[in-house]
Design a protein around this ligand. Structure first.
Ligand code: FAD
Length: 447
């Protein structure tokens, strides 16, 4: 039997077992998002844009009246408003109607935000984080915030990150032992794991002057790496839009190669498979890792990429070549090829595959097994609020799974929330297909 056929067989076996543990009808986050507005948004591009614009301004609204006026002004731009929303617009003609509409809208957005954001502060999030740990699911705390515009804002973000690392590192030793989450073939894994975004660590990150932004961000990221090292924590640097990728990667790999970080902290970067040039990026990272400058292997988190709409629109606006794949299948095929390349790089890197797509996840598990490595050589990651059921299914099958848990207030979380809503209402996503009853065989088919 050829290697590919064997891989497909194992993949289908794994996919079926996981699917049995989280039937599509149990997909709780999508059920919650299946509220009328989100259903309507999926079907109507103009309405979808209007609702997302509204979600974006909610934190800045000062009163229920203000909220209702914003909602109505966005809805007025939609050519064909669905009847329930047209009715909502009609009641906004009176002051009392606007108060009722504003209250309902604010409640809806808050409800959505709470699905994805685990708490306003690390302190408030600790209960959820420790419950997940007890259930056999590790966490990565994402300090919400991005694209800062002032130095003071960047300082505040860096202070929040340092505080979170210290607060979590003080709490996690009290958690019960969970061997699957604490050890892999490379050695011990930190219980405390925090993610940061470089665009929140400097207001100067611009593609036309990358050096300035790098120097400014380094002045905040270097102390954070020291805090993580001293706390025995893992620090992961998220990847954002393409215009910052080069600066971020160069900055992070440069800092991690500094002598003082040779023995720690455990750290990681992200590769986005929707980018056509991602195989070359991964090769560059692996080359860096092979040079073996550090005693703790670099963790590489493989994702598809969360800025697809942005990259496409920006390239088209400027007449640039589109940097992302334009068909989901091409993106998924590349994701699988990069998964295999990452697994083949053992022991130079730690591999984390982050996806809610059953096929992509089952492929990673099957490819890892066929390479002869134990399941513990592969970490699987999901987003809190979107991948909870899949996360539980993976944990119940004995896999190491980590849930990405955003922490922060509604204002700093709005951009994150809008990205998650875009994903949930995209007809081109795995979760949408599964929630709308696509047959399992179809979902597990090779892209
Ligand atoms: C733990 C975790 C951490 C993450 N960290 C990051 C990060 O640091 N940076 C980041 O950018 N993203 C990050 N993401 C988000 C991730 O990139 C995806 O947006 C999300 O996981 C959806 O991908 P999927 O495999 O789950 O779903 P799928 O439904 O299988 O794929 C959806 C993805 O396919 C791509 N896509 C959609 N339509 C098309 C199309 N027409 N042509 C080509 N490609 C298309 C997009 O990337 C879209 O997000 C993270 C995700 C997780 C789970």
């Amino acid at each position: 039997m050829s290697g590919t056929a064997e891989l497909e067989r194992e993949l289908v076996r794994v996919g079926r077992r996981l699917a049995a543990a989280f039937p599509s009808s149990s997909h709780q986050p999508l059920r919650a998002l299946d509220e009328r507005a989100m259903q309507m948004a999926s079907a109507d591009r103009e309405l979808r844009a209007a609702l997302f614009r509204f979600v974006d301004v909610v934190p800045a609204c000062r009163s229920l009246d203000d909220l209702a006026r914003h909602l109505v002004s966005y809805l007025e731009q939609v050519p064909e408003t669905p009847p329930p929303l047209a009715a909502a617009m009609r009641i906004s003609a009176t002051r009392a109607g606007r108060a009722a509409l504003g209250a309902a809208a604010a409640g809806g957005v808050r409800h959505l935000a709470h699905r994805f954001i685990v708490g306003e502060t690390p302190e408030a999030a600790l209960g959820t984080l420790s419950r997940l740990w007890e259930d056999g699911i590790g966490t990565s705390v994402d300090l919400l915030g991005e694209a800062t515009v002032t130095e003071a804002e960047a300082d505040r973000y860096a202070a929040r990150c340092a505080g979170a690392l210290q607060r979590l590192a003080a709490a996690t030793p009290g958690w019960p032992p969970r061997p699957v989450l604490e050890q892999d073939p490379h050695g011990p894994l930190p219980r405390t794991n925090v993610c940061v975004k470089v665009s929140a660590l400097t207001p100067l990150l611009r593609p036309d002057a990358p050096r300035r932004g790098q120097l400014d961000a380094a002045a905040r990221l270097r102390p954070l790496l020291r805090v993580a090292r001293d706390a025995g924590a893992h620090l992961h640097i998220d990847m954002e839009s393409l215009d910052t990728r080069e600066a971020v990667l160069e900055l992070v790999l440069g800092l991690l190669a500094e002598e003082e970080f040779g023995a720690g902290p455990s750290a990681g970067v992200v590769v986005q498979a929707y980018l056509r040039d991602s195989p070359a990026q991964l090769e560059r990272i692996l080359e860096w890792a092979r040079a073996g400058r550090r005693s703790t292997p670099l963790t590489v988190r493989l994702v598809k990429g969360a800025y697809w709409d942005h990259e496409l629109v920006q390239a088209r606006q400027h007449g640039w070549e589109v940097p992302v794949f334009e068909h989901r299948r091409d993106c998924d095929r590349n994701f699988e090829a990069l998964t295999r390349a990452l697994l083949a790089a053992f022991p130079d890197v730690r591999v984390a595959v982050a996806s809610h797509n059953l096929r992509s996840v089952a492929h990673a598990i099957a490819a890892n097994r066929l390479s002869g490595a134990p399941d513990s050589a592969l970490e699987l990651q999901v987003l809190r609020g979107l991948g909870d059921d899949l996360g539980r299914a993976l944990a119940s099958e004995g896999h190491r799974v980590r849930s990405y848990c955003p922490v922060g207030d509604m204002v700093s979380g709005m951009a994150y929330l809008v990205r998650r809503l875009l994903e949930n209402t995209s007809n081109d996503s795995f979760l949408f297909a599964r929630a709308h009853g696509a047959p399992l065989d179809e979902l597990l088919k090779a892209p």
